[in-house]
Design a protein around this ligand. Structure first.
Ligand code: NAP
Length: 269
C-alpha cells in the first residue's frame, strides 16, 4: 500500500467530507499529511486511521482558519516546512438561503473562509513552491463559480473568485514548475448541505455524487494535467467551448471608444 514518498500534502477542512477523502487518497498515493480543521478529535481519529492503513506520517493542526492567530500558525507551517509539496485549499462552507434572507454576518464569514483564507494560504505556499521549482495547489471551487444562480449568490461569488484566482495563478506560475488546479464539484454528498441549510436528501439523486467518486475524478484530472476539473461534466468539449468563447472576447474587452450600441443611445438621449 505504501508508495514512494511524495512529500507532505497540507489539507484544509480535512476532518470531514471532501477533505477527509483527499487525505485518504493522497496518503495512499505516498504523501505524508498535515490535516487542518477545527474539530481536534475528528482530526485525531482520521489521522490515526490513515496512518494505520497506509504507514504514512499524519500530523494534525486544530485551527479555526477564520481566527487570525490560528491562520498565522498554518501559514507559518506552509512557509517554513520544506517537505510540503501540495496544498489542498478545501475548507469552505456554503448557503442555500436567498440573498436577501441570508444573515450578513454569516455571508461575511463565508467570504473570509472561502476567499480570504484560501488566498492567504496560497500566498504562503506559492513562493516556497516557486523557490523549489515544484509543488501543487489544489483549490476547491464549485460549479456555482460558473452557475451563480443555483445557490446563495455570495457563495457563488466566493467560488467565482476561487476559479478566477486559480486561473490567474496558473497563468503566472505554470512556467515555474508549480501546478495549480481548480476543482468545480457539483452537488456532493457531505455535511456541506446541512451547514448550507438544505439536507442533501432533498436533492434529486441524479445530481448528487458521492465524495469518494468526486475526489477520485478530481485527482484523475490533476494527473491528466487539467487546470480546471469539473468531475460531473460528461462532455469536456462544453468546457473547452466556454473557455474558448471567453478568450475570444479578450482582444475586444478594452477599447478607447464605447461600443456603437452605447454611442447610439447617447445620441438619442
Ligand atoms: P463539509 O463536509 O462540511 O466539510 C467542511 C470541512 O471544512 C470540514 O472538515 C470542517 O471541519 C472544515 N471547516 C469548516 N470551517 C472551518 C474553519 N473555520 N476552519 C477550519 N476548518 C473549517 O463540506 P465539504 O462538502 O467537504 O466541503 C469542502 C469544500 O468543497 C468546500 O470548500 C465547499 O464549498 C466545496 N464544495 C462542496 C460541494 C458539496 O456539494 N458538498 C460542492 C462544491 C464545492 P471542522 O468543522 O472540524 O472545522
Amino acid at each position: 500500500m505504501t508508495q514512494q514518498n511524495k512529500g507532505i500534502a497540507l489539507i484544509t477542512g480535512a476532518s470531514a467530507g471532501i477533505g477527509a477523502i483527499y487525505a485518504d487518497r493522497l496518503a495512499r498515493q505516498g504523501y505524508d499529511l498535515i490535516l487542518v480543521a477545527r474539530n481536534a478529535e475528528r482530526l485525531r481519529r482520521l489521522a490515526e486511521q490513515i496512518s494505520r492503513g497506509t504507514g504514512r506520517t499524519v500530523e494534525t493542526i486544530a485551527a479555526d482558519l477564520t481566527d487570525a492567530a490560528d491562520l498565522d500558525r498554518v501559514e507559518f507551517v506552509l512557509k517554513n516546512e520544506p517537505a510540503i509539496t501540495m496544498l489542498v485549499n478545501n475548507a469552505g462552507f456554503g448557503s442555500t438561503a436567498p440573498l436577501l434572507q441570508a444573515d450578513i454576518g454569516s455571508m461575511e464569514q463565508m467570504i473570509t473562509l472561502n476567499v480570504g483564507v484560501l488566498t492567504r494560504l496560497a500566498y504562503a505556499a506559492a513562493p516556497a513552491f516557486v523557490a523549489r521549482g515544484k509543488g501543487s495547489i489544489i483549490n476547491i471551487a464549485s460549479i456555482v463559480a460558473i452557475a451563480p444562480e443555483l445557490l446563495n449568490g455570495v457563495y457563488g461569488g466566493t467560488k467565482a473568485y476561487v476559479l478566477a484566482f486559480s486561473q490567474s495563478l496558473q497563468h503566472e506560475l505554470a512556467d515555474k514548475g508549480v501546478r495549480v488546479q481548480a476543482v468545480l464539484p457539483g452537488a456532493t454528498a457531505t455535511d456541506f448541505w446541512n451547514v448550507a441549510g438544505t439536507p442533501v436528501d432533498h436533492l434529486p439523486g441524479a445530481i448528487v455524487m458521492n465524495a469518494e467518486d468526486m475526489v477520485d475524478a478530481a485527482l484523475a484530472g490533476l494527473e491528466q494535467g487539467e487546470a480546471v476539473t469539473i468531475p460531473a461534466l460528461q462532455d469536456i468539449r462544453e468546457w473547452n467551448a466556454y473557455e474558448a468563447a471567453r478568450k475570444a472576447m479578450g482582444p475586444g474587452l478594452s477599447r478607447s471608444v464605447p461600443a456603437a450600441r452605447y454611442r447610439k443611445q447617447r445620441l438619442a438621449a
